[in-house]
Every structure is written in structure tokens, then in C-alpha cells.
Design a protein around this ligand. Sequence first.
Ligand SMILES: *[C@@H]1O[C@H](CO)[C@@H](O)[C@H](O)[C@H]1NC(C)=O
Ligand SMILES: *[C@@H]1O[C@H](CO)[C@@H](O)[C@H](O)[C@H]1NC(C)=O
Ligand SMILES: *[C@@H]1O[C@H](CO)[C@@H](O)[C@H](O)[C@H]1NC(C)=O
Ligand SMILES: *[C@@H]1O[C@H](CO)[C@@H](O)[C@H](O)[C@H]1NC(C)=O
Length: 243
Amino acid sequence: MRAWSIITTFIFYTLIIPLVYAIPRNKTIDDVFGDDTTAALPTYSPGTAWHRGDQCDGCLVQPDTTQAFDGTWHDATHSAADTQPVFMELSFNGSAIYVYGILANQVPFATTATNLTFTLDGAVVGTFVHVPDSSSDFIYNVPFYTNPSLPMGQHTLHIESNAVTQSALILFDYAIYTYVLLRYPHSASVAYLTTMNIVSTTAPSPLPHLPFPLPLHPLPLPPPLPPPTPSPNPPIPNQTSQP
Ligand SMILES: *[C@@H]1O[C@H](CO)[C@@H](O)[C@H](O)[C@H]1NC(C)=O
Ligand SMILES: *[C@@H]1O[C@H](CO)[C@@H](O)[C@H](O)[C@H]1NC(C)=O
Ligand SMILES: *[C@@H]1O[C@H](CO)[C@@H](O)[C@H](O)[C@H]1NC(C)=O
Ligand SMILES: *[C@@H]1O[C@H](CO)[C@@H](O)[C@H](O)[C@H]1NC(C)=O
């Protein structure tokens, strides 16, 4: 009786598949400690231009360590006289990216202007410019570049410090990216199958244990349920007749 498997397959597709839902999760890439999930580190070039700011005795610009994410940041000053590009790169597998840094204003003898160009997967996608004011304030958690809507997948963000007309500083603190998980809500699916058990007296097979995180390609389906096998002597429930 193929009809049974057609019906059970139909129920599976119509009731189970629409219950798969996507959960966006944010992950952090620290300038020093890297990706909190993959441990992938940002790359900094040239290495001689970049310093771990919170451990840099020679850096004139000294923000408050307690206000920096994880207490760390990376510092690079790009002198207008230096023609070698100063840049950093972030690689992530996600569907959104948010890059945060620290801004400085007046610091004696230091360049504090910031002028950045963002190139995502080879295409220029944004710029960020900070012209210092007359205060000595630092500003923390400044979004240098945000893109909340990317195709889910592997991306590379290239962040270049521009110093064509004047020297420039970058204080990179951290980035956040969004990773989308697909979830199979086991209990809800099983509940639906049990409710629809009119077509089958056998218990629904448990849903497959899915890998975590789930791949985005179509999820494997369990084989359709076998046709019903009527039991000749259905067990009679225990009559616990207590007064
Ligand atoms: C991820 O972080 C960004 C920036 O803080 C925020 O706008 C977004 O709502 C967050 N998304 C999730 C799923 O937490
Ligand atoms: C920032 O850099 C760009 C590219 O080099 C340059 O055209 C622009 O004038 C700079 N802006 C400032 C405020 O320095
Ligand atoms: C990115 O994540 C997706 C979804 O989990 C996965 O299919 C893909 O293989 C990942 N890409 C890389 C380069 O890790
Ligand atoms: C109820 O079930 C128990 C265990 O299966 C059995 O030992 C007992 O005899 C049953 N009682 C009645 C009244 O059927």
C-alpha cells in the first residue's frame, strides 16, 4: 500500500518542513583573541605598523583599557609619508558584520585623525572618517562599518587606513558577525506526527539527530513511515478500579 507512505510523506513535508526555523547568533572577533568560535585571528599588515595598543609603551594614544572590549585594541599610525598600505583583514562565515573601534581626539604629539576604507570580498563598500575635535575625549564602541545584510557565507573584510593627505590612526577593538543557525524543533515535530497518527498505528520514528551547527543545504529526511500493521490482539488497558 504505497498510499500510506505517500500520505505520511505528505504529512512530513507539510507539517515538519515549515517548522524548521533560522536562529541568528552573534559572534565576536576580538582584535587579540580572535573569533570566539573558530579562534580565527584578524591579520594586520605590515606587522611593523601595528601594535597591541594595551601593551604598547611607545604608543602615545592610550585609551582606558577597562572600556575596551576584552581590555585590548590594535593601534596603527599611518604616516602620510609612508606609501606602504596599512590595513587589516577579518574573515568570517556569516550574514552580517559590525566593526567597532576607538576614537581619539587631542593627544599631545599624536595623530588622531581616522580615515578608513572598507572593501568586502573585493568591492569597496564604505568609508569612515573622524576629524578630531578640541577635546581630549576617547570614544569607545564606535561602529566603523556595519552591514546587517550579507549573503550567508564566507566573507573577507579588508580595512585600510588612508593617509594620502594627512597621517591617520586606527584603533581597532573588535567586530561582531551574525551566523544563522537552522533549527529543527524536535518536540513540536513529534507532537504533530503523533496528532496525525490516524494514518499509522506505528509510533513515528524519532527525528534524526542533526549536526550542530546545521548546514544550510536541504536537510536529510528520514524514510517515510511504514504502512500500518494492525495488531491482532490489541492490549486491553489495565483497569485500575480503585474506589
Ligand atoms: C548582533 O549585533 C548587532 C550589533 O550589536 C545587533 O544590531 C544585532 O541585533 C545582533 N543580532 C543578534 C541576532 O543578536
Ligand atoms: C580620507 O582618505 C581619502 C582617500 O585617500 C581622501 O580622499 C580623503 O580626502 C581623506 N579624508 C580626510 C578627511 O582626510
Ligand atoms: C559557512 O557556513 C555554512 C553554513 O553552515 C557552511 O555550509 C559553509 O561550509 C561554511 N563555509 C566555510 C568556508 O566554512
Ligand atoms: C495490570 O498490569 C500489571 C503489569 O502489567 C499486571 O501485573 C496486572 O496483573 C494487571 N492487572 C490487571 C487488573 O489487569
